[in-house]
Design a protein around this ligand. Sequence first.
Ligand SMILES: Cc1cc2nc3c(=O)[nH]c(=O)nc-3n(C[C@H](O)[C@H](O)[C@H](O)COP(=O)(O)OP(=O)(O)OC[C@H]3O[C@@H](n4cnc5c(N)ncnc54)[C@H](O)[C@@H]3O)c2cc1C
Length: 430
Amino acid sequence: MTDSAPLDVDLVLLGGGGAASLLLAALDRHGVRDLRIAVVDPVRRRGQDRTWAFWGHPDSDLDPLLSASWQQVEVATAARRRVLDLTPLRYAMLRSGPVYDRAAEAERRLDATRIVAPAETVRDDGDRVLVRTGGGRSVRAGWVLDSRPRPPARAGRTTWLQHFRGWWLEADRPVFDPTRAVLMDFRTPQPPRGVSFGYVLPVSDRYALVEYTEFSPDLLTDAGYDAALAGYRDLLGLDPTGLRVREVENGVIPMTDAPFPARPTPRVVRLGTAGGATRPSTGFTFSAMYRQADQVARALAAGRAPVPAPAYPRRHRWMDAVALRALDRGGVGGPEFFDRLFDRNPAERVLRFLDGGTTPAEEVAIMNSTRLLPMITATAGDAVHRVRDRLRPTRPAPAIPPAVVGDPLGSAPTARRGGPPSGEDDVRAR
Ligand SMILES: Cc1cc2nc3c(=O)[nH]c(=O)nc-3n(C[C@H](O)[C@H](O)[C@H](O)COP(=O)(O)OP(=O)(O)OC[C@H]3O[C@@H](n4cnc5c(N)ncnc54)[C@H](O)[C@@H]3O)c2cc1C
């Protein structure tokens, strides 16, 4: 195929990562069979390159793919450890391997064309969209669903990153409690600007993902992540001589009130992080991606345009902008902010709020659980900043930096290395 003979399809997916994988599975699930589909990505996603944690109701189509789920989670601060019952929701862990496998199967059943190349230009004439890819292949489509990573349209008022490193730890003896996950453990030393916490996602009493996460403006160094994670492991009372690091997981997720336009041109719809599915105040993305994939697939199955509802209501984005500002400008301490949220609301309400599913009355209750004065200051500051933004030229957003990867398994100085534990045959170190 050459530029003069583009492949004609109904739908082209630019990017074949998390959002596109969920979409392919949803198209298959909703019985879409009569669409011509192409997927463009320079990488064919396979195996365990990330672990998704999210909450939701049990009995979804994802259940057979889960590595673990928990009815109870812990939120810990220096002052107390709170055990939260999430009923009727549950917190769940989904590794990328089964998601990519299901997407590959869906792609086959949908008879989609895979183009292993980067999309380079996208031209929307309002009727059809022409996509030129690296290597000269081009595709013309009725709709483009674009989940390629990209910075927001302009700089936000607050630009933070959620950045983290996790170790998949295998222990010689039972050391983890598989009946509950640690959602946020704020006993980690707090950075001068930002919030840090650890968390633990156990899949058995000997095997767990243990992570150190920061919400802050700048990344750490490779050694910085290792030191912080080793510190958290020690805080958990885990003996490093009885542990093996089986895999290392690194990531960077934007946390900003900057806009991610969901429909930049009439026939281009953005999905995933690029389309605003990442919740600015937490970095959680998965549930919104899943929701939007389902909406798009339902729309296509019904012969409608593949345009999902916004990932979060506008008022939630405003509340997140205020919260981020209060955290960034030092008006509110991160551990205190989250502690009060879980102290004064049922856990289920907080989690529904973070997924964009609460009513305005519930949101007032959530607002009332934060300290009033710093939030009023942040609200006023946000309003002034918005006006200033209208008056001055748009500032470009900084690119979202890649994760600091380091030397995959050399990065755990006090842990022994080893091959994958039995039963984890798709595990690889990154
Ligand atoms: C390690 C990690 C762990 C995470 N854990 C969680 C979690 O626990 N819970 C949660 O809610 N969120 C989590 N997230 C955030 C979010 O859910 C994921 O980043 C998710 O994969 C986002 O999906 P996406 O499709 O937007 O982006 P991606 O999954 O990154 O997919 C983007 C795709 O675009 C492709 N691409 C790049 N350039 C081009 C191009 N020019 N042309 C075509 N394709 C291109 C890439 O190869 C990639 O496959 C995590 C993120 C990371 C990095």
